[in-house]
Ligand binder design. Structure first.
Ligand code: GLP
Length: 240
């Protein structure tokens, strides 16, 4: 696990965008694993600028998203489906048929998870997986627990996450209590992983990545088993 400590959020976003843009320049049909939350928004803005400057194209790019609330309608402005269109897809030349997000409207959540995992497995494999991190160390919606899932699954959200994410909703009661998320195994299949963290509220979670221990109580520590993970964070998240 490599750490790149940046001065601030903008520098963090630029650093991550450079790695993704460099990939898209040499591999036009790259497969990207995408994340939501406030942290990757700056990265997506940078990629849109690169696209507008004619430096990269998403025409043949495929994407898989980490997670989605469940249940949630796609037209709910807090759905990750809405988020991806709003923050990236509608601004670039990506073919929406090449984008995939767990379906928060699926009648059968278990089946949707199985199908999603199969769709990832049937692809050529995620080249770069973008990750944010929860204050409690969750990745995707893999929450701290005594056991973690390998594959895409339906999960309950912890109180900590419901409260953290309630800032985006009109009231905490409107935050869905469950989600569909890639499992730790699905995430670890990516060839390269970029984890982004900004702000002092992420410091505790980042501290857990700096030592040599693994714990399911901080799911992101499992990433230490992957041989190509870059944590790009600002000084506040790193603890400087
Ligand atoms: C959500 C998402 C995660 C994200 C986390 C942190 O719970 N499921 O993928 O990393 O929030 O969000 P933020 O970047 O807004 O702090």
């Amino acid at each position: 696990m490599k750490f790149i400590v940046c001065e601030n959020y903008d520098e963090m976003s630029k650093e991550a965008a450079k790695i993704v843009a460099d990939l898209l320049k040499v591999k036009k049909d790259a497969i990207l694993g995408l994340a939501t939350g406030s942290t990757p928004i700056g990265l997506y803005k940078e990629l849109i600028s690169e696209y507008n400057a004619g430096n990269i194209s998403f025409k043949d790019v495929k994407t898989f998203n980490l997670d989605e609330y469940y249940p949630i309608n796609k037209d709910n402005d807090q759905s990750y489906y809405y988020f991806m269109n709003d923050n990236l897809f509608s601004h670039v030349d990506i073919d929406l048929n090449n984008t995939d997000i767990p379906n928060g409207e699926a009648a059968d959540a278990e089946k949707e998870c199985e199908d999603y995992e199969k769709r990832i497995a049937a692809s050529a494999g995620v080249d770069i997986q973008i990750l944010g991190i929860g204050q409690n160390g969750h990745i995707g919606f893999n929450e701290p627990d005594s056991e973690l899932y390998m594959a895409t699954h339906l999960t309950g959200l912890t109180e900590n996450t419901i409260e953290a994410n309630s800032r985006f909703f009109e009231s905490i009661d409107l935050v869905p209590k469950s989600a569909l998320t890639m499992g730790i195994g699905s995430i670890m299949k990516a060839k390269k992983i970029i984890l982004l963290a900004s702000g002092a509220n992420k410091n505790e979670a980042i501290e857990a990545l700096k030592n040599g221990m693994l714990t399911t109580n901080v799911p992101a520590t499992m990433l230490k088993l992957h041989d190509d993970v870059v944590v790009i964070c600002d000084k506040a998240a790193y603890g400087e």
